[in-house]
Design a protein around this ligand. Structure first.
Ligand SMILES: NC(=O)c1ccc[n+]([C@@H]2O[C@H](COP(=O)([O-])OP(=O)(O)OC[C@H]3O[C@@H](n4cnc5c(N)ncnc54)[C@H](OP(=O)(O)O)[C@@H]3O)[C@@H](O)[C@H]2O)c1
Length: 329
C-alpha cells in the first residue's frame, strides 16, 4: 500500500510518500480501503515532534479517514466487509489502507459522498464532545442557547456551525477576513465577526444587548481568555480546544465567580481509548442523525492526491483553507 511516511521532524518537506506492506487488523479492528484522509492542524504539530501518536499507532500522520471495510479482525461484530465507513484513528490515515478500531467507526449514510466523509470524524467528535459533553448543551437546551464559535471557518468551526444551527441555537462566529465571515454566514451563522477588523467582545455585547453568550468554543487560547470571559453570560461555559495564541494568561477569578461560569480545556487525541469510544457512541446516537438527514455535512475546501500531502500541509499552515482538506489515495 501507499503511505506518507515522515523522514524526521520538521515541516512539510519531511513527508515522504512510500510503498509499504499492508497492515493487518488486530482484535476488534478493521482494515479500511481508504477513500480519503482528513488533514488536521495536529498533523502539522506531529511533524514538528509536538503531538506524538499514542503507543501502537502507525508513525505516519492521519487522525481520520473514510473508505470501505476490506477485512475484519478477530472479535469484530456489527460490521461487514464492504461497509462504507469513516473513522477516528490514532494515526496512520495518510495511506491507501488504514487499520481502525471497530468501536471508532461511523457508518457513512447513502446520501454522503464517501470521499467527503473523511472530513467529518475529527470535527464532529470534537464539536459534539465539547459542546454537549463539556459545555452541557443538549438537543433540548441548544434550541434556546447563544453560542460563540471562534474560527467558524475551520474544520471544527464549520461543523460546529452546522450542528448548532440544526439544533436551533443562535450562533455567533469569528473568522479572518470578510470573505471567510460571509462563508460562515452562508453556512447559517447568525452573526459573523471579522476577528482581523472587529473586537469580538464588543460585537457580542452589542448583539446580545449585554447578556453575553451561553457557550464559547475557543481555538485561540491565552490571547482571547480575558475577552472570552467578559463575553460569557451568567452560568456560561468556555471550552478551550486550541491555543493558537498561547497557553498562559491571567484569569480574572472575580469575573468568573460573578458569572457562576466554567472554563474548560480538552484534547481529543490524548483521551483514553474508552473515552474516545464513548464519544463516538454518543456522536453516532445523538449527532449522526443530523448527518443522515443532510443538515450536517463536511465542508470540503479541496481534495488533493495523497502524494501531495506536503502541499496540503503548506495550504493549512498558510491559513488558506476553509473547512477541510482531504487527501485521496
Ligand atoms: N482539543 C481538541 O480535541 C482538538 C480537536 C480538533 C482540533 N483542535 C484544534 O482546534 C483548532 C481548530 O481545529 P480545525 O480543525 O478547525 O483547524 P483549522 O481548520 O486549521 O482552523 C483553524 C481555525 O482557527 C481560526 N483562527 C485562527 N486565529 C484566530 C483568531 N485570532 N480568532 C478567531 N479564529 C482564529 C481560523 O480562522 P481564520 O483562518 O478564518 O482566521 C480557523 O478557522 C486547531 O488549532 C486544532 O489543532 C483541537
Amino acid at each position: 500500500m501507499r503511505a506518507v511516511l515522515t523522514t524526521g521532524t520538521g515541516g512539510p518537506e519531511v513527508l515522504s510518500p512510500t510503498d509499504v506492506p499492508d497492515p493487518t487488523p488486530g482484535h476488534g479492528e478493521v482494515l479500511i480501503d481508504v477513500a480519503a484522509a482528513g488533514v488536521n492542524r495536529a498533523d502539522l504539530l506531529q511533524l514538528k515532534g509536538h503531538h506524538p501518536p499514542p503507543p501502537g499507532a502507525p508513525e505516519w500522520p492521519g487522525l481520520e479517514a473514510s473508505g470501505t471495510i476490506a477485512a475484519l479482525g478477530p472479535g469484530v461484530t456489527g460490521w461487514s466487509v464492504g461497509d462504507r465507513v469513516c473513522a477516528l484513528l490514532d494515526g496512520g490515515g495518510y495511506a491507501s489502507k488504514a487499520v481502525a478500531s471497530a468501536a471508532l467507526l461511523l457508518p457513512v449514510p447513502a446520501g454522503l459522498d464517501l470521499v467527503d466523509a473523511a472530513g467529518l470524524p475529527e470535527a464532529i467528535c470534537t464539536a459534539w464532545s465539547n459542546l454537549a459533553g463539556v459545555a452541557g448543551l443538549t438537543r433540548e437546551s441548544a434550541a434556546g442557547a447563544t453560542v460563540l464559535v471562534h474560527g467558524g471557518s475551520g474544520g471544527v468551526g464549520t461543523t460546529s456551525i452546522l450542528l448548532l444551527k440544526a439544533l436551533g441555537a443562535r450562533v455567533l462566529t469569528t473568522a479572518g477576513g470578510p470573505d471567510r465571515v460571509a462563508r460562515c454566514v452562508a453556512l447559517g451563522a447568525d452573526v459573523g465577526i471579522d476577528h482581523r477588523a472587529e473586537d469580538f467582545a464588543e460585537v457580542v455585547q452589542r448583539v446580545t444587548e449585554g447578556a453575553g453568550v451561553d457557550v464559547i468554543l475557543d481555538v485561540v487560547g491565552a490571547g482571547y481568555l480575558e475577552r472570552n470571559l467578559a463575553s460569557l453570560a451568567r452560568l456560561g461555559q468556555l471550552v478551550i480546544i486550541a491555543a493558537q495564541q498561547g497557553t498562559r494568561a491571567t484569569l480574572d477569578i472575580g469575573s468568573l465567580m460573578g458569572r457562576w461560569a466554567g472554563v474548560h480545556g480538552s484534547l481529543l487525541r490524548k483521551r483514553p481509548r474508552a473515552e474516545k469510544e464513548a464519544i463516538v457512541a454518543a456522536v453516532r446516537e445523538q449527532a449522526w442523525p443530523l448527518v443522515t438527514s443532510g443538515d450536517v455535512y463536511p465542508v470540503v475546501h479541496e481534495r488533493l492526491p495523497l502524494d501531495r500531502a506536503a502541499d496540503a500541509h503548506r495550504l493549512l499552515a498558510d491559513g488558506a483553507v476553509f473547512g477541510k482538506l482531504l487527501l485521496v489515495p
